[in-house]
Design a protein around this ligand. Structure first.
Ligand SMILES: Cc1cc2nc3c(=O)[nH]c(=O)nc-3n(C[C@H](O)[C@H](O)[C@H](O)COP(=O)(O)OP(=O)(O)OC[C@H]3O[C@@H](n4cnc5c(N)ncnc54)[C@H](O)[C@@H]3O)c2cc1C
Length: 452
């Protein structure tokens, strides 16, 4: 293969990096353009000099046993631990240990991809009409709604049953119901990415914001800006790994990257039926794990091994600790409409709101929590101009949309990123990596077919 073949990759997230490394290792000259001053995209680890562990503000868990993540971590002998502990639910003003997962599973497993597609909310109402005779089941339905909203960051009235079934099937194959973290969280994978990029001699241009992409078969002109300087890049092939939110943004939206001619002409179903979920995330760091010795009213058990708190709070319904690590941090998760309500608010007001919720859930005065708090970290993903949302999901009628979004155009524009994953793992790091590998192969095949 000619060493002169040049590829530009837009976006240094998991998808862009994985593709760039494959392409460079196959002998191509790769330039990676990244708007931020760092690589990783939605893998965002905050380093606080006063705390030994990096804090995850984007991806945190390894869902199941995906080879895309386990293989590189195991090759470096990095310790991976399963998330353990007790889930608690906030009911009637107090926390109680709860296990609703098998009930939720029962609801989810009855979804059927051979029936016409419908939203999860429609499915729930049609299949399990309200019944006074089984109040426990109403509780299970609430948990199922909260699960879809929380885990998929999806609006239950929009997310398609077919998309959910596809994801569940894919998860089953890798035991996706189990969650893991490596020793330093996703910082470990970032470190592996850094050394792969450096070994493959890839030119990385950070703080380079792509402003528009002009293309015709065999030629792409990428217009970008680095601080005050306009930059232009030309290549016969460009791999686009921009997040779905950026691809969907209308030209007048800040952060949008217009394509000329427009992508909408080629990828209309995808851009209309895939949805960017919303998440605001807060991590609160305390002086100590004060909840260790607390026993909620009516419970003999302490919160020492608490892993999750589930509630119907209107802002931060879900919380989790670092279990099995004994770190003094708790994460608050505001998905979908909860996140919309917080959108654009500044850090102090979001943290204040989070502390109010946590104080209510733990039945403690907020002032006590504020005194115990050492630091708080937050990220509002839908206000992040280089993402415009958290991660993607499929709405009703989205079958095939990921494939359409990821399909190359004229052997010139190629696409990767979690929203283009066709293996059922959208919205995950391993799905993003798989999409990067798929796109790299498509590029290599297109070059191979020219040189053959
Ligand atoms: C809050 C949150 C929690 C998550 N939790 C998990 C989890 O626990 N486990 C899991 O597996 N997954 C999780 N995910 C999902 C996972 O992080 C993503 O699916 C994955 O990281 C996406 O990788 P990507 O390469 O497709 O996109 P990105 O990582 O978004 O990469 C795209 C890159 O394009 C860059 N870019 C954007 N605009 C421009 C521009 N104009 N010019 C140049 N560059 C640009 C961006 O800065 C970014 O670096 C989470 C995501 C979020 C937001």
């Amino acid at each position: 293969m000619s060493e002169k073949q040049k590829v530009i990759v837009i976006g240094a997230g998991a998808a862009g990096i994985s593709a760039a490394v494959r392409l460079a290792n196959a002998g191509l000259s790769v330039t990676l353009l990244e708007a931020r001053d760092r690589i990783g995209g939605r893998i965002l680890m905050q380093h606080d000099p006063s705390f030994p562990q990096p804090i995850a503000l984007g991806a945190e868990f390894v869902h199941g046993l995906p080879p895309e993540i386990w293989e590189p971590l195991e090759a470096k002998k990095i310790d991976i631990k399963e998330v353990e502990g007790t889930p608690w639910c906030f009911r009637n003003g107090a926390l109680i240990p709860c296990d609703f997962f098998s009930d939720v599973d029962e609801i989810l497993k009855k979804m059927d991809a051979s029936s016409p597609d419908e939203s999860f909310l429609q499915y729930l109402r049609r299949t399990f009409p309200d019944s006074k005779s089984s109040p426990n089941f109403s509780e299970a339905k609430k948990h199922a709604l909260a699960y879809v909203r929380g885990f998929n960051a999806a609006d239950p009235d929009r997310v398609g049953v077919h998309w959910l079934v596809e994801g569940m099937k894919a998860e089953e194959e890798i035991q996706g119901d189990r969650a893991f973290r490596s020793r330093n969280g996703y910082e470990d994978l970032l470190e592996i990415f850094r050394s792969q990029l450096s070994e493959a001699n890839i030119e990385i241009r950070t703080q380079t914001v792509v402003r528009s992409v002009h293309w015709k078969p065999g030629e792409v002109r990428v217009h970008a800006r680095r601080e005050e300087n306009a930059l232009h890049f030309i290549a016969a092939r460009v791999l686009v790994t921009l997040p779905l939110g950026v691809l969907q943004a209308s030209a007048e939206t800040e952060g949008a990257v217009p394509f000329v001619p427009s992508l909408a002409a080629y990828k209309s179903t995808a851009l209309e039926t895939l949805v960017m979920g919303k998440v605001t995330r807060v991590v609160v760091r305390f002086r100590r794990r004060f909840w260790e010795d607390m026993s909620p009213a009516g419970s003999k058990k302490t919160l020492a091994d608490m892993k999750f708190i589930f509630s119907d709070d209107e802002f931060f319904p879900t919380w989790w600790t670092a279990m099995p690590e004994n770190l003094p941090i708790i994460t608050g998760w505001a998905p979908d409409d909860c996140s919309e309500k917080l959108q654009g608010q500044n850090r102090p007001s979001v943290v204040e709101r989070a502390l109010e919720t946590l104080a209510k859930l733990l039945s403690l005065p907020k002032s006590q929590l504020s005194d115990l708090m050492e630091a708080a970290y937050f990220h509002d993903w839908q206000s992040d101009l280089f993402c415009l949302g958290a991660y993607s999901y499929g709405a009703v009628g989205s079958t095939g949309a990921q494939k359409e979004l990821g399909a190359p155009l004229d052997g010139t524009l190629f696409f990767a990123g979690e929203a283009t994953d066709i293996t059922g793992h959208n919205g995950t790091v391993h799905g993003a990596i798989a999409s990067g590998h798929r796109a790299a192969q498509e590029i290599l095949d297109s070059i191979g077919s020219l040189t053959a």
